[in-house]
Design a protein around this ligand. Structure first.
Ligand SMILES: C[S@@+](CC[C@H](N)C(=O)[O-])C[C@H]1O[C@@H](n2cnc3c(N)ncnc32)[C@H](O)[C@@H]1O
Length: 297
């Protein structure tokens, strides 16, 4: 985002009386600017919040995102802010909204917060702050966790979805990421093909949520198509010869640690051959899926 746009968004708050900052042990990493309510609505909608969720807002301001998730969708929520005035305001707002039993507000530094239990993470911070959090988001949050950010991205980790809300002629971007499982490495399994067992060895390379893969069946390269990962769910099409004729099999499975469990089925019309699919990864072949972020403060 261009510097003048940033200044337009955050300047009024940066010019706030110094006395506000004096109550902090350390300066805020991002000034307080509340997200407009139509943008809050869009963030919750994009994250597909339900009552099964626990939403964490890092730098929660007056608590509006956490309270909105609880009020509109029945979700539980946790808000963290360094500024004690914001926390007091959040608690009061939660009480007035009648959701105090479902939400918790904690005064503290978002960089020290434990947010592993979040199923939805919301942020209206800065790209530099998002990038400091990015390694933790990718390593600590469960695959499938939705991350929504108002206006600020994650550099080369491209969002899975983006949307724009215009309020009072000002454009607001909302970005959504689904935390991907790490599917990288060498996976092996045995599958029945044409009445005999075949050894499969699949090598997966992955950058963020985007895997590419190659597979060998009994040591011979086979065709793989449409390799996709969403959260912990890996899917692909594998073409393999059966009795000398190529057949396509659709694989789907969930990754849990170094194991995949799911099923595979023949896609040809009239074929209803389905079998359980389990694969194991050699742990030493797993690689990081992110780049070390370059952070410009
Ligand atoms: C741009 S506001 C967003 C407020 C709220 N999330 C919203 O969208 O309406 C950023 C918030 O982050 C808080 N903040 C800044 N640095 C922080 C830190 N290191 N730890 C926790 N909160 C912080 C500020 O006090 C402020 O309330």
């Amino acid at each position: 985002m261009k510097k003048h746009v940033l200044a337009a968004i955050f300047l009024p708050a940066l010019l706030a009386p110094a006395a506000d900052l004096a109550v902090q042990d350390r300066p805020l990493d991002v000034p307080y600017v509340p997200t407009k309510f139509p943008v809050v609505d869009e963030m919750l909608k994009m994250a597909n919040v339900t009552k099964a969720d626990i939403l964490y807002d890092l730098g929660c301001g007056d608590g509006r995102i956490v309270i909105g998730a609880a009020q509109k969708y029945g979700a539980k929520g946790v808000g963290i802010d360094l500024d004690p005035d914001r926390i007091a305001e959040s608690r009061e707002n939660a009480r007035k909204a009648g959701v105090a039993d479902r939400v918790t507000f904690m005064e503290g530094d978002l960089f020290l917060a434990d947010f592993k239990e979040a199923t939805v993470l919301s942020m209206y911070l800065l790209t530099s702050v998002n990038l400091k959090l990015r390694p933790r988001i990718l390593r600590e949050l469960r695959p499938g966790t939705r991350v929504v950010s108002h206006n600020f991205g994650m550099d080369d980790w491209k969002p899975d979805a983006a949307s724009v809300v215009t309020v009072d002629d000002i454009r607001h971007d909302v970005f959504l990421w689904i935390v991907p499982a790490n599917a990288s490495g060498v996976w092996t399994w045995t599958m029945p093909l044409g009445g005999r067992n075949v050894e499969a060895r699949m090598t997966v390379e992955q950058k963020y949520q985007f895997p590419t893969a190659a597979v060998k069946l009994n040591g011979t390269e086979a065709a793989l198509k449409d390799v996709k990962l969403r959260g912990d769910r890996l899917t692909f099409l594998l073409e393999a010869p059966v009795d000398g004729k190529p057949q396509t099999f659709a694989f789907q499975g969930r990754i849990a640690g170094h194991e995949i469990a799911g099923q595979a089925k023949a896609t040809a019309a009239g074929q209803n051959q389905t079998w359980p699919w389990t694969a194991s990864r050699n742990p030493v072949t797993e690689k990081p899926i992110d780049e070390e972020p370059t952070i410009w403060d």
